[in-house]
Design a protein around this ligand. Structure first.
Ligand code: MLT
Length: 408
């Protein structure tokens, strides 16, 4: 009989969001009349920007002609999209990132997991707690950790606690680590990292020859003009960081699928013998072997995000969700909840009331108000006692959800 990857057996029961769906389905089976409002998984609800639809329709028409048909595209993404990204997301913010350093993909979740393919098994890894569960689980699956303890912490990972006492700031580890996962604006707490904090991280990484995996999937939700959108706004970051970006949330591409990863050409790792080797070449090799690129049609849709029309439509989408976040923050505060985040991120992080634990509050909201959120403990031990509400929903649903919460 075939042997399985026993690392999978170290994983906790289920991935957080499928586990929530399982519980919600069970609830719905015995409460058929319930009108649920889902503020759990951060999945967008508003239609795609018209500029993207138009571009994708035109691309389909092109593909239906002899002259416009295309087969396999470049594994790294079409140059015209990589150039638009480099120009708009980086050069305009003063970051010297070239089109070649951008690898277009079908998602940041996949990229932030797949990156482990090019990184060695012996790296000491730091993650925040709470954390986007993919960073931890993908390391467990790849055999980069030991077993989980009773608190849910895996042996071999260093955890950096994000809590109300430290303002949900990621403090530098007290010991050297090789690989650091950072996500700002943060999923799940909605906290942000200031320029000074990122300077400290880059300084730490350069001092210890560490690599920062910077997940900036939510950068477009930043409202404060002083906050950095990219790790590459920090001098020296090109020598110590990889950045993940996505069209999922700003352009509503969660179902359409397009993202990208930035790997600076100068970024070096080392072999077991201690020789330097550039990570760009390894990732390029990995992608060319295991990935056939994102569809031409979808890449044309992503390119349209950078058109004048696309920029204004995505800005409107982001503003819409941020108005939802403001409503959630305000109504919950008035109802007596302690809330964090939601000012530069589409997530509001709530302290569970009356000392309830996270799953207890999940069940309470589901049963009493038919609202689905995400239990903080699903993001790590330090998330216990917290709860995440997502601002991705229609205005009606958000307002109705807040009415229901205020009345329980
Ligand atoms: C979340 O709810 O945390 C996000 O939807 C996760 C993701 O983007 O994969």
């Amino acid at each position: 009989m075939v042997q399985v990857n026993s690392n999978y057996l170290k994983l906790k029961a289920g991935y957080l969001f499928p586990e929530i769906s399982r519980r919600v389905n069970t609830f719905c089976e015995s409460n058929k009349e319930a009108s649920l409002i889902r503020l759990g998984i951060g999945d967008v609800t508003e239609p795609l920007p018209q500029a993207c639809c138009k571009a994708m329709k035109a691309a389909i028409d092109e593909m239906g002609t002899n002259a416009g048909f295309r087969g396999y595209g470049p594994e790294q993404g079409y140059l015209w999209l990589r150039e638009a990204i480099a120009e708009n997301d980086f050069k305009k913010r003063g970051c010297a990132i070239s089109a070649e350093e951008i690898f277009v993909s079908d998602g940041s979740k996949c990229d932030s997991s797949n990156i482990l393919d090019i990184l060695g098994a012996g790296n000491r890894i730091a993650v925040t707690d709470p954390v986007y569960p993919v960073y931890v689980d993908s390391n467990v699956m790849a055999g980069r950790t030991g077993d989980a303890s009773l608190t849910g912490h895996y042996e071999g990972l260093s955890y950096i606690a994000l809590n109300a006492e430290n303002g949900f700031k990621a403090e530098l580890p007290s010991e050297p680590v090789d690989l650091i996962y950072l996500c700002f604006p943060n999923n799940p707490t909605g906290a942000v990292a200031s320029k000074e904090q990122l300077i400290n991280w880059v300084t730490f990484a350069k001092e210890h020859n560490s690599l920062i995996l910077f997940d900036a999937a939510y950068e477009s939700f930043i409202q404060d003009p002083l906050l950095p959108h990219s790790i590459f706004e920090i001098q020296g970051a090109k020598d110590c960081a990889i950045e993940f970006r996505s069209f999922s949330k700003n352009a509503g591409f969660t179902g359409t699928r397009c993202a990208y990863t930035v790997i600076p050409k100068c970024l070096q790792g080392k072999t077991v013998k201690g020789d330097e080797i550039d990570l760009w070449s390894l990732w390029n090799r990995r992608q060319s072997t295991k990935f056939n690129g994102v569809s031409y049609i979808v890449q044309r849709g992503a390119e349209a995000v950078y058109s004048l029309e696309g920029q204004s439509q995505t800005k409107n989408l982001v503003s819409f969700y941020m108005e939802n976040a403001a409503i959630i923050r305000e109504k919950l505060t008035v109802a007596g909840y302690k809330v964090y985040g939601g000012e530069n991120a589409p997530y509001v992080w709530i302290e569970s009331p009356n000392g309830m634990d996270s799953w207890g509050f999940f069940d309470f909201l589901l049963n009493k108000a038919n609202i689905v959120g995400t239990p903080g403990s699903g993001f790590g031990a330090a998330g216990e006692g917290y709860f995440r509400l997502s601002a991705f929903n229609s205005r009606n649903n958000v307002e109705e959800a807040m009415r229901r919460i205020a009345s329980i």
